[in-house]
Design a protein around this ligand. Structure first.
Ligand code: SF4
Ligand code: SF4
Length: 427
C-alpha cells in the first residue's frame, strides 16, 4: 500500500452526481499542471509562432483525404457537409452583441452550471493565453478569458478503435459540441457579455489552457488526460469578456504515472510516442513524432489506439489511482482487454492487418512513412525537384516542359485555393 500524497476532488461525471475523490500517491506527485519554463514559452511563441496543422502540414492533410478507405472518404465528406454551416456561425460568433444587461457580478458558477446542464463532461476557466494562438488566427480571437469545455466521446465506439465506429464517435462528438458551443455563446450574451466559440476547428493549441484550468494533465500520448475519461474528450474553448474567476492547475499524478504506465508508448503501431520526456517549447513532455503517427492515422481509420489503450480512458483516474495505491501496479497493463487491437485492411492492400495482442506490433517498411511533407507549396516544390533530378541533362524531352507546366498549374491551384482541399477555419 503506497502513501497517498494528496487527494483531488472533482465534480461527478454528470450534473447532480456526487463529487469524486482521486488519491494521488506521494511517489507520483510532481507539479500542478505541467513543468513549464515561462520565458521559453515566450521565446518560442515570439520567434517560432505556432501554425495550424492545416497550414504547417497542409500537404499531408490533403494526402490523407485521398488515402483513407472508401468508407473513411465517404464519411469525411458527410461530416464536412454537416459541419459547414457551423464553421461559418462559429467564425462570426465573436461579433454578436450581448442580448442581456450585465450586473457586473462574477458569472463563473452560472457559466459552469450551464455547460454541465448542456452535457459537457467538465468545464474550467483560465486566461486565454495569446502565446498559444496560431499565427494566422491572432487577429481573430477577440476576448481574453477562456471557458474550457470538455465533451466526452462515446466509450464503446472508442474501444473499437481503429474502426469506422470509433471515427463516428470522434467526428460525431464534433457534430454534437458545435451547436452546444454556439448555445454557450448565446447564454453568455444573455448575461450581458460577449463571447466567441473556438473549436472543433481551433484557433489556438487548446491543451495548455485546459491544463491551466485544472481539467487534466498532458499524457504520454500527446493528449489531455481528463480524470473521468482520459483522452477520450473533444476540446472546445469559448472566450469571453464576462467577469469570471480562473481555476488553478491540478496535479492528478498523471505526469509521473505516464512514465510508469507507458502502455500507449508500447502499443503505438507507428512507434510515434516517446518513452522519455523532453523539454519542448518550454514544456516538459513526451513529444509525439508527427511524421510517424500521421501515416498510421490516415491509413487505419484514424488509429486512436493511444486513446483506446489508456487505462485512464478505460477505467477512470479514480479507479486507476486507487489500484496503484493498493498494488503499485498499472491496472490492466499487459492484458488483451486493455492492450489488444485490430487493424482493418487499408485502401492500398499493401500493408498488414489483423489482431495484435500485448507485445505484438505491426511492421511497416520505410515507404509506409514516406508521405508529402510540410505546406502544399513545399510539397509541390519537392515533387518538381524529383522531376528535375530524374531529367536527362543532355537530352531535353517534351515531358520536361509538360512537368514544368504541371508544376505551374499545381502551384496556381495551391496559391489560389482551388482544388478539393478545404480549410475549416477559412469558412
Ligand atoms: S494515433 Fe496511432 S499512430 Fe498515432 S500516436 Fe496514437 S497510436 Fe500511435
Ligand atoms: S496509456 Fe499510460 S502512458 Fe499513455 S497516456 Fe495513458 S496513462 Fe499515460
Amino acid at each position: 500500500m503506497l502513501k497517498v500524497g494528496h487527494v483531488v476532488t472533482r465534480p461527478g461525471r454528470k450534473l447532480g452526481d456526487a463529487p469524486v475523490d482521486i488519491p494521488v500517491p506521494e511517489e507520483l506527485e510532481t507539479v500542478p499542471g505541467i513543468p513549464i519554463t515561462s520565458r521559453e514559452v515566450d521565446f518560442y511563441s515570439r520567434e517560432y509562432p505556432l501554425q495550424r496543422q492545416e497550414v504547417e502540414h497542409a500537404a499531408d492533410m490533403e494526402w490523407a483525404l485521398s488515402i483513407g478507405t472508401e468508407a473513411m472518404q465517404e464519411y469525411g465528406k458527410e461530416h464536412d457537409s454537416t459541419m459547414e454551416p457551423f464553421y461559418a456561425l462559429m467564425n462570426s460568433s465573436g461579433d454578436l452583441e450581448a442580448t442581456g444587461t450585465p450586473t457586473g457580478e462574477d458569472v463563473t458558477e452560472l457559466i459552469k452550471f450551464k455547460a454541465r446542464e448542456l452535457g459537457y463532461l467538465d468545464v474550467g476557466m483560465t486566461a486565454h493565453d495569446p502565446r498559444y494562438i496560431f499565427q494566422d488566427r491572432k487577429s481573430h480571437v477577440k476576448y481574453t478569458h477562456a471557458v474550457c469545455l470538455a465533451m466526452e466521446q462515446d466509450f464503446v465506439e472508442t474501444q473499437s478503435a481503429p474502426s469506422m465506429a470509433a471515427e463516428h464517435g470522434h467526428f460525431g462528438t464534433y457534430e454534437i459540441q458545435s451547436p452546444l458551443g454556439l448555445k454557450m455563446v448565446d447564454y453568455i450574451r444573455s448575461l450581458g457579455y460577449q463571447a466567441q466559440v473556438h473549436g472543433p476547428s481551433h484557433d489556438a493549441v487548446a491543451i495548455p489552457m485546459f491544463v491551466a484550468a485544472g481539467l487534466g494533465q498532458l499524457g504520454a500520448n500527446g493528449q489531455l488526460l481528463t480524470p473521468h475519461a482520459g483522452a477520450r474528450c473533444r476540446l472546445q474553448i469559448v472566450t469571453t469578456d464576462a467577469p469570471i474567476t480562473y481555476d488553478e492547475p491540478v496535479d492528478y499524478g498523471f505526469h509521473a504515472f505516464c512514465q510508469v504506465c507507458q502502455v500507449c508508448v508500447n502499443r503505438c503501431p507507428g512507434r510515434a510516442l516517446m518513452r522519455e520526456k523532453v523539454w519542448w517549447r518550454g514544456v516538459e513532455k513526451n513529444k509525439l513524432i508527427y511524421k510517424r503517427c500521421r501515416p498510421v492515422m490516415a491509413r487505419y481509420e484514424g488509429c486512436a489506439i493511444c486513446m483506446k489503450v489508456c487505462p485512464i480512458n478505460k477505467y477512470s483516474a479514480k479507479v486507476v489511482m486507487e489500484h496503484y495505491v493498493q498494488t503499485g501496479q498499472v491496472l490492466g497493463k499487459g492484458t488483451h482487454d486493455l492492450e489488444g487491437y485490430t487493424l482493418h485492411p487499408e485502401s492500398s492492400e499493401k500493408y498488414v492487418y489483423g489482431y495484435f495482442g500485448p507485445g505484438e506490433l505491426p511492421k511497416f517498411d520505410t515507404g509506409f512513412f514516406d508521405i508529402p511533407r510540410g505546406t502544399r507549396e513545399e510539397s509541390t516544390m519537392d515533387e518538381y525537384i524529383k522531376v528535375i533530378e530524374g531529367e536527362d541533362p543532355v537530352l531535353k524531352k517534351p515531358e520536361d516542359d509538360e512537368a514544368l507546366f504541371a508544376f505551374r498549374d499545381r502551384l496556381r491551384e495551391v496559391i489560389k485555393g482551388e482544388g478539393g482541399y478545404r480549410d475549416p477555419a477559412m469558412f
